[in-house]
Design a protein around this ligand. Structure first.
Ligand code: PRP
Length: 215
């Protein structure tokens, strides 16, 4: 049975494609793709398509994609109607709470405002701390918001830490780690179990190989 896989375009794309290739999948065209968005596998009965991270979940939830490859950040913020099957251990970064060094945010008395692209993640973090804060949704360049006085702090992704450093912000707390995950449509897991599990196991072998290489 034919399988469709939604890949997240952008930041994660190169590492994901490299991992698929190493696992024995025929994705040469994805490496020199121009503006194309759909790609047949040259070795197996699979087609790949490139989508934005939130749409990756949507395509999987609706069964248009049997599998999706997407960051845990998007999964934590978005839908829930899929199986999360595998941690590819790539695209590693974390959610952090950060602010200007002069703001003692975690001990601040009174109204606290938090800027973030991830309101659900931020809300869950502060709920678990028992802190009542106002969440302000921001679509990008989140680091600007405390500098301009819109917020007291931010919940955002930190990879190298360069963006925080260059904007004079400091990390107050780690919220949770992030990496790239493979998700599977629930019906596909039943109807195409053998095909889905073959792909998961092929990828899992490479994850293990990388982990052993890092020891
Ligand atoms: C992400 C994130 C941080 C930055 C972290 O933003 O929101 O701003 O990367 O990376 P670093 O720790 O390596 O500096 P992105 O580049 O996706 O742009 P955006 O702010 O426009 O969303």
């Amino acid at each position: 049975m034919s399988i469709s896989i939604a890949l997240t375009k952008g930041r994660l794309e190169k590492q994901t494609v490299a991992m698929l290739e190493e696992s024995g999948y025929g994705i040469e065209k994805l490496k020199d793709k121009g503006r194309a968005l759909v790609f047949p596998d040259t070795k197996k009965d699979i087609r790949y398509f490139l989508v934005k991270s939130n749409d990756c979940i949507t395509y999987v939830e609706h069964g248009v994609a049997d599998l999706g490859v997407v960051g845990k950040d998007t999964l934590l913020e978005g839908g829930k109607d899929y199986y999360e099957m595998l941690d590819l251990n790539i695209g590693k970064c974390k959610f952090i709470l950060a602010s200007l060094p002069e703001i003692d945010l975690l001990n601040k008395v009174g109204h606290i405002k938090i800027g973030t692209k991830y309101p659900n993640v931020a809300r869950a973090y502060f709920n678990q701390k028992g802190m009542d804060v106002e969440i302000i949704k921001i679509d990008g360049s989140v680091e600007l918001s405390p500098i301009l006085g819109l917020c007291d702090g931010i919940v955002d992704i930190m990879e190298t830490g360069t963006t925080l450093k260059e904007n004079g912000l400091v990390v107050l707390d780690d919220v949770c780690p992030i990496s790239v995950r493979v998700i599977v449509n629930k019906a596909s897991f039943k109807m195409k179990r053998d095909e889905v599990m073959t792909i998961i196991e092929d990828l899992e072998r490479i994850v293990k190989k990388h982990a052993e290489g890092n020891q």
